[in-house]
Design a protein around this ligand. Structure first.
Ligand SMILES: [Zn+2]
Length: 311
């Protein structure tokens, strides 16, 4: 009898070591891009919750108590880093009281660490955040580059395998499959986005820097004065003057950007304005990461065709 109790206790301890106690690994992702990739890498072994839904700008998510409750039960927190979530994630982590996902915890994963290809617009020297710049550590929007997201997927698999060793092979296999799918789709994506790369592009926010890095898109200016700072009338006039001087340009924004300013610039230049999903699920039809990049590239090609038709 006594021996049987010992065996049961040993079996229970082994279960706790090899994987999450209640079956699936509970993953919380801040951005929907990261959530979609976590679902693709985690497959049936994970249950993914996204804190910032697709239509909402992750720079400005309200730190609601309901989000802290989601975090309190998480085995793994996956976040973008580079202070993109600085306005709300530290608050949620503090409220969640879950040591697993606190900085340095086994279940805390800063995906920016995965981006070995390199980060862009990293400032040299100190940055004064009091001026309102919301990209103080460099441009944080690396999920707009599928090549860098392949690196992120590999890091996710590694951490999921560490937390749930029983299903390690599945995590690594699915991360490999994700990389193969990106490689298979890249030529078509480049063909589509490349059509827009023939024209100068004006963006609202510096959200598309990594998109430009892999597609060759030629971004010449931003409507925002600085990242996160609303455009002044003078700055808008300067951007319009620059666009008019160049003639054929495309104005690119995310659906959550200030569309009055976007439309004013496009109308006064007399050029196409293309609205892109800011993250996965931001617009209907961009429901997973592949559909998201598909939509971006297709819409850019459509805007380029509009210019090519000789408007
Ligand atoms: Zn930003």
């Amino acid at each position: 009898m006594c021996k049987r109790i010992v065996m049961l206790a040993t079996a229970a301890a082994l279960l706790m070591i090899s994987g999450p106690a209640a079956g699936k690994l509970k993953v919380v992702a801040t951005l929907s891009d990261l959530g979609s990739v976590a679902e693709l890498v985690g497959g049936e072994d994970v249950e993914v919750t996204v804190l910032c839904p697709g239509p909402m700008d992750p720079h400005y998510l309200p730190a609601k108590p309901s989000l802290a409750r989601k975090l309190s039960r998480a085995d793994l927190l996956i976040y973008n880093g580079l202070e993109l979530e600085i306005g709300w994630l530290p608050l949620l982590i503090a409220k969640a009281r879950n040591p697993q996902v606190r900085p340095g915890g086994r279940g805390e994963l800063d995906c920016a660490q995965a981006v070995v290809t390199g980060l862009l617009e990293v400032p040299i020297g100190s940055v004064d955040r009091s001026q309102g710049d919301i990209h103080p550590l460099g441009n944080p929007h690396y999920t707009l580059d599928p090549r860098r997201v392949v690196e992120v997927a590999a890091l996710m698999a590694e951490r999921m395998a560490m937390l749930d060793s029983e299903h390690a092979d599945g995590y690594y296999d699915r991360a490999d499959a994700f990389a193969r799918e990106v490689a298979a789709r890249l030529p078509r994506w480049l063909e589509l986005a490349g059509q827009a790369a023939r024209y100068p592009v004006i963006v609202y926010h510096r959200h598309w820097t990594y998109l430009a890095d892999w597609t060759g898109l030629n971004i010449i200016d931003e409507i925002e004065h600085r990242p996160g700072i609303a455009p002044s009338p003078r700055h808008v006039r300067d951007v319009i003057a620059k666009g008019r001087a160049l003639g054929e340009v495309i104005v690119v924004s995310a659906q959550w950007d200030y569309q009055d300013a976007v439309n004013e610039v496009a109308q006064r230049i007399d050029c196409p304005a293309v609205v892109l999903p800011g993250q996965t699920g931001a617009l209907a039809g961009s429901d997973d990461y592949f559909a998201f990049i598909d939509m971006i590239c297709t819409r850019l090609a459509t805007a380029a065709a509009e210019l090519g038709d000789g408007r």
